[in-house]
Ligand binder design. Structure first.
Ligand code: C5P
Length: 317
């Protein structure tokens, strides 16, 4: 029998093209209509065998900055069992340890090579968890299919299932029930990264205070049609994020970053997810370079990167 010594999985960041948020539920979550779009900013998770622990599952975790700029915040990545990638490996091990032929008793080390901004509203932690599921599934030979992995992902967090799938997809429920959507052509993006992060629960909390009695979230057929037709201008006009006023209330300086992108002719300018990263849709790769240059001058912008979407989900490299 051949023994796998290392598995590396590459996983994309996401931006939310629409984030419609309903009122707070009894369980503290919010019903969403969340249009996820995977973009070409990738983390890599490598799983290797660890010699240190007999009981199996994750035994260690390390992280390395492969980020495009100074705002990657690698020091904020927890290097212990609280990291979502560690919890993903733990969950997969606990679900599969008893299966015939499973190597999930073998302890592993997880290494994260991070280019997705940390605490930036681009689901980097969730992407790492999705990648850890795929990598450990291959390393241990546990052979769960994508549907089983998606179920485990949804138990780990609202944004973990999407990076398994990639492309463009509509998330409902608390965001974890996914329906793939068509995105024709390539969309060109600029992401403006901030020095500090924003806490997702705090942004949802501010949303509840700003919009008591919010209506049930609705999808936007105009956006979905624009994506299917590959009409970037119409996509730009239909982008929307209900959390944006809350993110701006917590971090008013983001308004200037958004304005700088609009002044440079961005087709759309909005806060990505719960922020603080701001996203801009450009007409072309060259226009994206010009928008990036313009938003770098905004006081709150620590760095700006260009990218494109959509791209496929987590895959072994
Ligand atoms: O599911 P996840 O752990 O990623 O969610 C992080 C936090 O974001 C939750 O604890 C909750 O405060 C908020 N959230 C929410 N409604 C959702 C998803 C997330 O209120 N649908």
């Amino acid at each position: 029998m051949t023994t796998t010594t290392a598995v590396t999985v590459r996983v994309p960041a996401k931006v939310n093209l629409q984030l419609a948020v309903g009122p707070a539920r009894e369980d503290g979550y919010h019903d969403l209509v969340n249009v996820f779009h995977a973009v070409a900013l990738f983390d890599e998770v490598t799983v290797t065998g660890a010699r240190t622990r007999a009981t199996g599952g994750p035994a260690g975790i390390s992280a390395e900055d492969a980020g495009p700029g100074p705002a990657s915040h690698i020091d904020r990545v927890p290097l212990d069992a609280s990291n979502l990638a560690w919890r993903a490996a733990e969950l997969l091990a606990s679900e599969t340890r008893e299966a015939p032929g499973s190597r999930a008793r073998k302890p592993v080390h997880l290494h994260l090579r991070k280019a997705i901004p940390v605490a930036g509203g681009m689901a980097g932690g969730s992407a790492d968890a999705a990648a850890a599921l795929v990598a450990c599934n291959a390393f241990w030979g546990t052979g769960l299919d994508r549907d089983r992995l998606r179920d485990l992902a949804a138990r780990l967090g609202s944004d973990v299932a999407f990076p398994l799938v990639g492309g463009t997809a509509v998330g409902t429920g608390r965001g974890e029930v996914l329906t793939p959507a068509r995105c024709a052509g390539r969309l060109h993006w600029v992401f403006a990264l901030s020095e500090g992060g924003l806490s997702t629960p705090e942004v949802f909390g501010a949303y509840d205070r700003l919009r008591p009695g919010a209506p049930a979230p609705q999808g936007d057929p105009v956006l979905m049609a624009a994506l299917a037709e590959g009409d970037a201008r119409a996509v730009g006009a239909a982008l929307g994020n209900d959390l944006q006023p809350a993110a701006l209330a917590l971090r008013p300086a983001l308004a200037e970053t958004l304005q700088a992108g609009r002044a440079a002719g961005a087709l759309g300018a909005f806060v990505s997810g719960s922020g603080p990263t701001c996203a801009f849709l450009a007409e072309s790769a060259a226009h994206a370079d010009a928008v990036a240059e313009a938003v770098r001058a905004a006081p709150d912008c620590a760095h700006a990167v260009t990218s494109y979407g959509d791209v496929p989900g987590a895959s072994v490299v």
